[in-house]
Design a protein around this ligand. Structure first.
Ligand code: NAD
Ligand code: MG
Length: 379
């Protein structure tokens, strides 16, 4: 039986992971659950899965914990994340919280010798070299949960040790793929939150609409697969059936296909190297009929160019890219700035904060702080 801790259990990824645990009760025991503020949902999950530890990063008084749930150790604040990542005895730690908040948890879990199932791409975007170095040192390779990276990882399992020459990172193109630049600039919150293929948390859904998500994923792939950015090509594929592909020197391309359902990559990370049922069936190719591919339009989606520039610049540039985006997306979701402003603010922060160092975690957090400040100052 595998013991699993789920950080961010009330979110889209976290709750789908728990669905899989519920399907395989003889194989998975949930030992820790954490959330930021969704206490009612967390209470329900604790009732159903009976973990040893549960925590909310936002404050909650002991008297607010329902009596029937006091059997487990309740914690709050950053301590809750640390305990779930590194103190509770777990085999696997699924890091499915949002944003740079995941970086410390990934480092904590790896330091404690845990197998990390990584949904939180921002940890690699901001601290890729630290995370991959620690994973290597602890001999605990990261298991990707992001669908594209899971696809690449699955393709590499079939590569017999051959290194790919290129990664083909697919992108749905988001809800604004066919919109004009002007329409995109003025898109509303509601329009940005309507993803054509995937149902996900708010932040990543907005990132998909701006294609900043694909920029973050180029950075994520660079670290996970040790592949230079210029060999990671973004391929727009609106049907989201091919989840990504790898190309080898003999001209062969291996791809992984499936319907867009995150339970497949979550389940693969959980059961790796085996496979297990996830409740998802394969795609109906006859019903699909055709699959299409196009080049990304970087004029409409300049985020892709900015992401490559940040990767090229090195230092803390990717942490600046990420921090500015997190702050700008939050402002957009609060209705304070227009959709077009998100990418503009990321560009502005990158220009202003060029050359910041990112050798250690403190420097990365400092770059993140400065990027957020830059976004807040320029309304
Ligand atoms: P979500 O918003 O649905 O859920 C986030 C979870 O983390 C919630 O449980 C929330 O309470 C908790 N959380 C949020 N901020 C936190 C903080 N600062 N500290 C502690 N806990 C916090 O998000 P999601 O869509 O499940 O995404 C989670 C991560 O997985 C993100 O990094 C995202 O980019 C990545 N991801 C998600 C999907 C998807 O399909 N949803 C796909 C690929 C990658
Ligand atoms: Mg993805």
């Amino acid at each position: 039986m595998k013991k699993i801790a789920v950080l961010g259990s009330t979110g889209s990824i976290g709750s789908q992971a728990l669905d899989i645990c519920a399907r395989h009760p003889e194989e998975y025991r949930v030992v820790a659950l954490t959330a930021r503020s969704s206490r009612e949902k967390l209470f329900e999950q604790v009732r159903a899965f009976r973990p040893e530890m549960a925590g909310l990063t936002e404050p909650i008084g002991p008297e607010e914990i329902p009596e029937d749930l006091r059997f487990c150790r309740w914690m709050t604040g950053k301590e809750a994340l640390r305990a779930a990542a590194a103190e509770v005895d777990a085999d696997q730690v699924l890091v499915s919280i949002v944003g740079i908040a995941g970086l410390q948890s990934v480092m904590d879990a790896l330091s404690a010798g845990r197998q990390v199932l990584l949904a939180n791409k921002e940890a690699l975007v901001t601290g890729g070299h630290l995370v991959t170095e620690l994973a290597r040192k602890m001999k605990k390779p990261l298991l990707p949960v992001d669908s594209e990276h899971s696809a690449i990882f699955q393709c590499l399992q079939a590569a017999g040790g051959n290194q790919p020459v290129k990664i083909l990172l697919t992108a749905s193109g988001g809800p604004f793929r066919t919109w004009t630049k002007e329409q995109i600039r003025n898109a509303t919150r509601e329009q940005a939150l309507r993803h054509p293929n995937w149902s996900m948390g708010a932040k990543i859904t907005v990132d998909s609409a701006s294609m900043i998500n694909k920029g973050l994923e180029i950075m994520e792939a660079r670290w996970l697969f040790d592949m230079p950015g210029d060999r990671i090509e973004v391929v727009v594929h609106p049907e989201s059936i091919v989840h990504s592909a790898v190309e080898f020197e003999d001209g062969a391309v291996l791809a992984q296909l499936g319907i867009p359902d995150m339970r497949v990559p979550i389940g693969y990370a959980m059961s790796y190297p085996k496979r297990m049922s996830t409740g998802v069936s394969g795609p109906d190719l006859f019903a699909l009929g055709r699959l299409t591919f196009e080049k990304p339009d970087t004029d409409k989606f300049p985020a892709l160019v900015l992401a490559r520039e940040a990767l090229e610049a090195g230092g803390a540039a990717c942490a600046v890219f990420n921090g500015a985006n997190e702050e700008a997306v939050a402002a957009f979701l609060r209705g304070e700035i227009s959709f077009g402003k998100i990418t503009e603010k990321v560009n502005d922060a990158l220009e202003k904060l060029v050359g910041l160092p990112g050798t250690c975690i403190e420097e990365i957090f400092e770059a993140d702080r400065k990027a957020r400040e830059t976004v807040r100052q320029n309304k």
